[in-house]
Design a protein around this ligand. Structure first.
Ligand code: GLC
Length: 623
């Protein structure tokens, strides 16, 4: 994507061969791209605005489907929780301490000798029962199921696939065998629909057990003990009968792997939104799987890289993305893990993961002070779920990612196309996040976009100081303490929040909070559905437009008539209107004056309870 003076265009080079891109390497007056094979097939997308480029690219390659709600909760992973006992210890550790969480992952060691679709019955003797018990406690289990199949007779996936000739071949027609986690392995030829169908059927037992998601790792495909760490270029695939090799297929191997997994899961449970996590992808893979940024390191530098990598994926059509919170290899310091946990709250996927041989990463491992801070931020994620879910639903229709580059929302601000903007991002339409990502700094400056901004945590207007210093013009100096992450709200937004729950299968008790920040272009939505089925495609959802308007000494907030057949969980709203100059002279709900409002002088806000109704409703505050 190129952006110049607020105008943007996109180029999508749709070629699966090894591609090269030269960005001004020889001459900064031009860039070029190419590939050694295939068609010179590229799309030029005329924005003219950056958001349009991203949206059009998503329309072309496919949008990220609405994810199941639980995937937006906190996810705990590690390589590996080695036994049922350890898994239960970790999951009950969360519940005992009332730290909300939804997902527990089992990495490769739950398997028999690392063989996909098997279970090590020594260490996981009653996996079925465990999955069931955890389900009762509001946990969803996600299993890793890599694509490499151990090349050993007697192992069902090998026997079946071998007999049918489903694995990729050497040029001489024998199976290509390469070592990965299970030792010498073969690889399904996912470019054939027949093979994809068979692969999908391998999930039947796990789906029956109630396993709710699957992790397709190593699907570049990864092959050990080779300099290129992948398959030789002459390994043969038969794309629906047309023979070709890795030169053409390498870049789409991961895509076709998750294509197979996603469709297999749909075939096994047609009314359940699948959750698949992939490491490798090609344009379009977002239709089938979420991704993460791979094996990062437990360093400040890699925490900093979470921002450009996730926002970069976001403008490349990949909206549902996480990073290993805490860093995969190496062990984070307590401070780094705490800062990263805070950042995790404001990432599309909030997943804590760790490599074998590194220290424990569960939120409580560094003593009570760090635990309390991490808990506070994980709780904030759960409170913010209505906003996050509503934003993801919008993403599923528009392709504009939840976590996004500043330039998507502020294309006319030339600062936002530069490196300087790399340390901050928009989270949905209304939140601006500027985390501390450098260790040894005495604070840092955030670029403040046009308009008025509020501090998300205090509800106060942001006051820009030092504005006569040209260096600080339009900037805000930040120096967040260990228990803080700077988040700001755009004036002209309505942020829905919910009462705290311990996991997403728990129904929130109490009203839905609507935090109103009066200002221009105040138009948002609230969206809700059952969180897991495809009912929303049949009209079983709830969506209402929210808007606000301020003029002189009054603020009007409107909740439009609800759309859809779904009845959301809340029966009332707690509306909190920020930026109140003084105690209101009157408050009216649906045209009727009410007295049950409250003015908080400290946060300068007015709160009022508004009953839920399917019909349009309106609150007017007169100061
Ligand atoms: C790869 C993955 C990592 C996983 C490990 C073991 O390195 O990227 O996330 O834990 O394999 O399965």
């Amino acid at each position: 994507m190129g952006v110049r003076q607020g105008n943007a265009y996109g180029i999508f080079f749709d070629n699966t061969f090894r591609s090269n891109f030269q960005f001004g390497k020889f001459n900064d007056g031009f860039y070029s791209f190419g590939a050694p094979g295939g068609e010179l097939n590229y799309y030029f997308i005329n924005g003219p605005r950056p958001k349009r480029v991203v949206g059009t690219f998503a329309a072309l390659t496919g949008r990220t489907p609405l994810p199941p709600l639980f995937t937006l909760g906190y996810q705990q992973c590690r390589w590996s929780y080695m036994s049922e006992a350890r898994v239960r210890e970790v999951t009950s550790g969360f519940r005992k301490r009332s730290i909300p969480a939804d997902v527990i992952y089992l990495d490769i060691d739950y398997q028999d000798r690392n063989r996909p679709f098997t279970v090590n019955r020594q260490t996981f003797p009653t996996l079925e029962q465990m999955v069931k018990d955890l389900g009762q406690e509001g946990w969803k289990t996600v299993l890793i199921t890599d694509l490499h199949i151990a090349a050993v007779p007697g192992y069902k996936p090998f026997d079946e696939g071998n007999k049918a000739g489903y694995f990729v071949k050497n040029p001489d027609g024998t199976n290509f065998v390469g070592p990965v986690w299970p030792g010498p392995s073969v690889f399904p030829d996912f470019t054939r629909s027949e093979v994809r169908k068979w692969w999908g059927s391998l999930y039947a037992d796990f789906v029956k057990m109630g396993v709710r998601g699957f992790w397709n790792d190593m699907n570049e495909p990864s092959v050990f003990f080779r300099a290129d760490k992948t398959m030789p270029l002459d390994v043969v695939s038969s794309v629906e009968g047309r023979k070709t090799d890795q030169r053409e297929i390498h870049n789409v191997f991961g895509l076709e792997n998750v294509h197979a997994t996603y469709e297999g899961l749909l075939a096994l449970a047609p009314d359940v939104r699948p959750f698949v996590l992939t490491r490798a992808a090609y344009a379009g893979a977002q239709r089938y799987a979420a991704t993460w940024t791979g094996d990062n390191q437990a360093t400040w530098n890699h925490m900093r890289l979470s921002l450009p990598t996730v926002t970069g994926l976001g403008v490349s059509g990949y909206a549902f993305v996480g990073v290993d919170v805490g860093g995969f290899s190496g062990s984070p310091t307590p401070e780094l893990l705490t800062r990263w946990t805070a950042l995790g709250t404001f990432l599309p996927i909030d997943r804590n993961h760790a490599a074998k041989g590194t220290r424990d990463r569960e939120p409580w491992v560094d003593g009570p002070e760090h635990e309390a801070i991490r808990k506070k931020f994980i709780e904030e994620r759960y409170r913010l779920l209505p906003y996050i879910y509503t934003s993801m639903e919008e993403t599923s229709r528009t392709g504009v990612p939840l976590m996004r580059l500043m330039v998507l929302d502020y294309p006319d601000d030339p600062r936002m196309t530069g490196r300087e903007a790399e340390g901050q991002y928009m989270f949905g339409n209304n939140l601006l996040v500027a985390p501390k990502v450098k260790e040894f700094v005495d604070g840092y400056d955030m670029l403040v976009p046009e308009g008025v901004w509020f501090d998300y945590w205090t509800g106060q207007r942001v006051a820009l100081t030092n504005q006569d210093n040209p260096e600080m013009k339009g900037k805000l100096h930040l120096n967040p303490k260990l228990d803080e992450i700077p988040v700001f709200v755009r004036a002209g937004s309505i942020i829905p929040r919910q009462p705290l729950v311990q996991n997403t299968s728990e129904k929130p008790k109490g009203p839905l909070e609507l935090r109103v920040y009066p200002g221009p272009k105040c138009m948002d939505y609230i969206y809700s559905d059952d969180g897991s089925s495809f009912g929303y495609k049949r009209g079983e959802y709830y969506r209402a437009q929210l808007s606000c308007e301020s003029s002189g000494n009054s603020v009007k907030v409107a909740i439009a008539a609800g759309e859809g057949k779904y009845i959301p969980w809340w029966t009332s709203y707690n509306m909190v209107v920020a930026d109140a100059p003084k105690a209101p002279a009157s408050v009216a709900v649906g045209g009727q004056p009410v007295s049950n409002f409250h003015y908080d002088a400290k946060s300068k806000s007015v709160s009022v309870t508004v009953p839920f109704s399917q019909a349009p409703n309106e609150v007017v505050i007169q100061y």
